[in-house]
Design a protein around this ligand. Structure first.
Ligand SMILES: CC(C)(COP(=O)(O)OP(=O)(O)OC[C@H]1O[C@@H](n2cnc3c(N)ncnc32)[C@H](O)[C@@H]1OP(=O)(O)O)[C@@H](O)C(=O)NCCC(=O)NCCS
Length: 155
């Protein structure tokens, strides 16, 4: 697919710099809406944003905002965790592009910019049936390990 002229991608590392997306609330509601049908709860989305933009020593990351003339187009949330060496330290937590703007290369550009802004490997979680899986594979993500989950002792 032909890549169109590009909109701005802004890297944000502090909550107060999210104004172009209507602040933390605006970013969270954009993600909640455009992650569908793979959306997380609004509470978990806020938790992810706060982790990424935290100034605590053991957490952090960044948010990428794609926007043009005040119009929100897409966003990505990347976490930097202290678990490097065991699992990848960087977790691509959310990426979403406005539904009517998909297929124009905005998602690819967000993911590529996200990876470039990390040092070391990046991990993400994607359902097998999500068409985004193909995009990730084309960008160099591979599924090398089986992910196994236990529901928890109470579950
Ligand atoms: C995944 C997503 C961010 C990709 O954004 P995008 O701007 O459409 O991506 P690009 O234009 O760079 O690439 C499109 C590719 O993504 C894939 N894709 C995934 N979902 C798509 C959709 N709804 N519409 C079009 N393409 C989609 C296609 O395989 C397409 O591949 P192609 O280049 O061979 O046609 C976007 O589809 C989205 O927001 N999906 C819903 C949220 C989501 O699933 N996020 C990932 C959770 S792990």
């Amino acid at each position: 697919m032909e890549i169109e002229k590009f909109e701005k991608i802004e890297k944000v590392i502090q909550i107060q710099d999210l104004e172009s997306f209507g602040g933390q609330e605006g970013l969270a509601s954009f993600l909640r809406e455009h992650l569908k049908p793979y959306e997380d709860s609004l509470k978990d989305i806020h938790r992810g944003i706060e982790y990424a933009l935290s100034d605590a020593a053991d957490r952090g990351g960044f948010v990428l905002l794609a926007h043009e003339a005040g119009e929100k187009q897409g966003a990505l949330v990347m976490l930097h965790t202290p678990m490097g060496g065991y699992i990848p330290a960087n977790i691509l937590l959310f990426v979403a592009v406005r539904r009517d703007l998909r297929g124009r290369g905005i998602g690819r550009r967000l993911v590529e910019t996200g990876v470039k802004n990390c040092s070391g490997p990046v991990k993400l979680h994607v359902e097998y049936d999500n068409p985004a899986k193909g995009l990730y594979e084309r960008l160099g993500f591979a599924s090398k390990y089986a992910e196994m989950r236990h529901p928890g002792a109470g579950g």
